[in-house]
Design a protein around this ligand. Sequence first.
Ligand SMILES: *Cc1c(COP(=O)(O)O)cnc(C)c1O
Length: 377
Amino acid sequence: MKARPAGAVPIPNWTYLRELDRCEERIISAVSRVLHSGRVILGQEVEAFEREFAAYVGSGLAVGLNSGTDAITMALLASGLKPGDEVITAPNTAVPTVSAIRQAGGFPVFVDVDPETLLIDPGKIASVITSQTRVIVPVHLYGQPADMERILSIARAENLEVVEDCAQAHGTRYKGKMVGTFGMIGAYSFYPTKPLGAYGDAGACVTSNDTAGAFLRAFREYGTKDGVALLERGMNSRLDELQAAILREKLCNLEAWLAERRRIADIYDGAFRGTTIRPVGRRLEAGSSRSHYVYVVRVAHDRDGIRRKLSALGIETRIHYPVPIHLMPGFAFMGYRKGAFPEAERAAGEILSLPIFPGMTQEEARETSDVLLGCIE
Ligand SMILES: *Cc1c(COP(=O)(O)O)cnc(C)c1O
């Protein structure tokens, strides 16, 4: 095994501290600008961020919310979901995709994933559609674009809505357009680890459907407009001014930071070519790109042992995600058994997320890939 010098500086899986180093002054002055404005809830910063983010994504409008989970929940409600309606998604997503479906009153129905990309397999969607199915929620997992062409064609044929879970896919393009612009609504999270992250919780929906936009704006403020309730229900899910001001500063850097992630991913891709380490993902079509939210490889043998060795050498890895949703105790009520989704289940035992973040050095990427390859020899 290639030796890492004793006492070598640990390589984190993710940190925001290096990007903060480069933009701290602008962040502090944005925060100060908000504090001195005298308005800390739904003011100019939220409005400006909504405009700027919608323009970046290429959507008609954006509505700033408290979290990505709220964004998915409210997008489903805006799409007309009724209690008990079925919502199709993949079982290898983050828990919040499914928490949101539940919160919106929906019943989650899973479809297995493509073994190469771990994205929902559109060829398996038709077989789970019933008279109760209302919405498909493709998850652009790891920042890869889901196969929107086939998903939209199924949705059109079956009269279903599409709500995109873009929580990992800021800046991800599919055939020339940003994700979030294909379905009725795109739901984004700005949780700190996400490619565009706040320093706290935040989220947004994007849509070009004005009715959905008006619903979302009212719903995030108790179901009201100008203090008068328009909707039968609502919640408090406002993006706050401080986070909006921070996100505006960070949005200016997003493309540069995505390019840094891409450079790290390229180093990994090169290092693993021709080895038994298989990066998750497929060559993208023209006009498509990925955010490289995480860099996931599959390790066929002794993933957990290798993970421990890397950790002992100061290289922090993670697993996105260790247990498919249908096998979690909280979702036992859905009635799925082990073996229901073989691709998602097999992947859960093999996937490993390597360090990747803006400000990570090319040396750190080379060191990580060398050490990992040394571990499997
Ligand atoms: C992070 C994430 C969410 C939830 O976002 P929060 O802002 O943490 O509520 C939803 N779906 C996916 C796929 C995510 O990665």
